[in-house]
Design a protein around this ligand. Structure first.
Ligand SMILES: [Zn+2]
Length: 218
């Protein structure tokens, strides 16, 4: 069976991306990255749940804690708190290129891997490493850099969907949204303040739907 590597954090986007890959007939290899993120415990728990739920054949958790040690991100720095004004705090310097580099390296070790999926949504992008231009450049990089299995391609199937569109699509794919986790502030309870929390809440509200995972403090 052909295989696909899914970069997965357990949020709505990457989990829907896994569901899409499975629906296309791929055997799933999950890749979760520990870059020192504040919500790591939740990401590990939820991606393990989804690995079981979707029958992932492999689930690697790769250590990139050096990214967090470099700092300069609200995602990793204990002394940077999220607020409702500075959405740029969710950017982690060059993170997605590093994650995709790990996925490309993994793909080079397994000739069954045909595809790498990442759950980047539509713009405008707070993080430029979610744009179609970035994905295209990583594809070009992979084709030039890989010695073996270099027909592998990277795809971001949600790159044309905003968050309400992603939620609607996730419902079509019957993604168990109650098990997804979006907050990047911590792993115990959604803060309701960080950009991903606000974006998720606004998207559900715009659709007139209740978030099955909502348990906000505010
Ligand atoms: Zn939050």
């Amino acid at each position: 069976m052909k295989k696909a590597i899914i970069t997965i954090s357990g949020g709505i986007d990457s989990t829907l991306t896994a569901a899409i890959a499975k629906s296309r007939g791929y055997g799933l290899y999950f890749l979760t990255v520990n870059y020192g993120q504040k919500n790591l415990a939740r990401e590990l728990a939820n991606t393990s749940y989804f690995a079981s739920y979707y029958g992932a054949e492999k689930h690697k958790v790769i250590d990139m804690t050096w990214l967090g040690e470099l700092g300069k991100s609200g995602m990793t720095d204990a002394d940077i708190s999220f607020n409702e004004r500075d959405d740029d705090l969710i950017y982690v310097p060059f993170r997605n290129a590093c994650i995709l580099a790990a996925a490309i390296a993994w793909a080079e070790t397994d000739p069954d891997v045909e595809k790498i999926f990442i759950g980047s949504e539509a713009g405008p992008w707070i993080c430029p490493d979610n744009s179609p231009e970035f994905i295209a450049m990583m594809n070009e990089l992979a084709s030039k850099a890989m010695k073996t299995n270099n027909s592998v391609t990277i795809e971001a199937p949600l790159n044309y969907l905003d968050k309400p569109g992603i939620i609607k699509t996730a419902l079509e794919y019957k993604v168990p949204l109650e098990h997804t986790w979006t907050c990047v502030a911590n792993a115990s309870k959604p803060c309701g303040i960080c950009q991903p929390c606000r974006n998720r809440r606004e998207a559900f509200e715009s659709l007139g739907l209740l978030d099955p995972a909502t348990n906000f403090e505010s």
